[in-house]
Design a protein around this ligand. Structure first.
Ligand code: AMP
Length: 115
């Protein structure tokens, strides 16, 4: 059994979040420490601890996450101007919360490479 994370608690309603999008597969909410004018996290309702834990049966869910990120980009008005989706995986990837999530970032010119 994986540890309960802050994202489990957001899903269960145990802690509040600024939820901006929900569908059958995914929930999206604003990052509490935004790194851009738009910084939203998209998580699957079905828990996966990270991209490093994905299995072949999860490929459809990964597609749902990316499609949800694109839908949220549209809601936020950054679909045309451009945006970035980031998945941090594991310690060296900078993942702090062990619950798969896509960062949707936009609303300003983003630099490359990331830190
Ligand atoms: P990562 O480093 O990829 O695991 O990203 C975790 C993200 O979760 C960080 O950007 C945090 O700011 C964000 N975060 C942590 N706690 C919360 C929370 N309660 N509500 C919204 N975002 C959070």
């Amino acid at each position: 059994m994986s540890e309960e994370t802050v994202f489990d608690q957001i899903l269960s309603g145990g802690i509040s979040a600024d939820i901006v999008y929900e569908d059958e597969h995914c929930v999206a909410f604003r990052d509490i420490n935004p790194q851009a004018p738009v910084h939203i996290l998209i998580i699957p309702r079905r828990k996966i601890t990270g991209l490093q834990a994905v299995e072949p049966a999860d490929t459809g869910l990964l597609g749902q996450l990316m499609a949800a990120a694109c839908a949220v980009a549209g809601q936020e008005g950054i679909r045309e101007s451009g945006f970035r989706c980031v998945i941090n995986a594991g310690a060296q990837g900078g993942q702090e919360v062990p619950y798969l999530h896509v960062h949707l970032l936009g609303g300003r010119q983003l630099g490359w490479p990331p830190g």
